[in-house]
Design a protein around this ligand. Sequence first.
Ligand SMILES: NC(=O)c1ccc[n+]([C@@H]2O[C@H](COP(=O)([O-])OP(=O)(O)OC[C@H]3O[C@@H](n4cnc5c(N)ncnc54)[C@H](OP(=O)(O)O)[C@@H]3O)[C@@H](O)[C@H]2O)c1
Length: 291
Amino acid sequence: MILIFGAGGQVGQELQRTAFAKGVACKALSRLEVDIANAADVARALDETAPTLVVNAAAYTKVDLAETEINAAQRGNEIGPGVIGKACAARETPLIHLSTDYVFDGTKIGPYMESDPLAPLGVYGRTKAAGESAVRDAAPLHIILRTSWVYGEFGNNFLKTMLRLARDRDELRVVADQHGCPTSARDIAVAILRLAPRLETGSDLYGLYHFAGVGATSWHGFASRIVEAQANITGRRPKVTAIATADYPTPARRPANSVLDCSLFVRKFGFGAHHWGEETDAVAQALTGKS
Ligand SMILES: NC(=O)c1ccc[n+]([C@@H]2O[C@H](COP(=O)([O-])OP(=O)(O)OC[C@H]3O[C@@H](n4cnc5c(N)ncnc54)[C@H](OP(=O)(O)O)[C@@H]3O)[C@@H](O)[C@H]2O)c1
């Protein structure tokens, strides 16, 4: 039995769908059922389900709002992961925890390795970095997967926003000077479910890994691919104009480069994510006419 925190999120929902399709038993709890920063609730959830693996897909992910909602970001990203880590450690239960490319400042030339120094630019990244430390300090049996630019059929994400805007507007203006790896929630879910049975045997697989879609692009490149995938079905093809970060000011600064080197994960586990473009086409096609 896999216990999932963050049932209502993009990855949480995709995990439930994928587990159901593969016949993997799981129990998924939303924020309404368990606030992960509440130690008593987390302990009760573990005791009631006696899981063989805990997945923490819960997080405070509103990057801009985090600049002012600092306490909520800390609860979801730092305190909660520490609470889950301690509960898992006390029961010797393995934990898979998700983290983010926004722990980096984006000044590196080339893809980021797991060993690169953390230098988050905002509250979201700072609290996620603190969450990684909290998990590492509390739970010896942990895997931290740092992922990036997550999109999928569930929840809110950039891909869905672009599909919607492309239906209503003749031009989309999208930032072209931030680069990263769009990652489908489905790839993350499939990866977690493939790791799950390998952690039960007490292995040397624990640790920190980057896991993201293969290849890299800008938000503008990502948007162009999304619009094209939808246009192939609807025929409606609005212009996608490249703009600079300076032309689209946001409360939180974002890294200009957050491309993740995922070769360690591939070497260790023998598989990786799909190319970001392939998955973008598939998800955009699945959602066209629905979202
Ligand atoms: N989204 C991205 O682009 C991205 C990029 C890199 C890494 N990641 C990481 O990937 C993981 C999954 O992200 P996602 O995109 O699936 O996030 P998401 O769609 O925002 O889902 C996160 C879920 O966690 C819940 N949550 C927030 N605070 C909580 C708390 N204190 N206790 C219990 N649940 C809480 C949220 O509930 P409410 O909605 O009710 O607040 C939401 O349902 C996260 O660790 C995130 O940091 C995401």
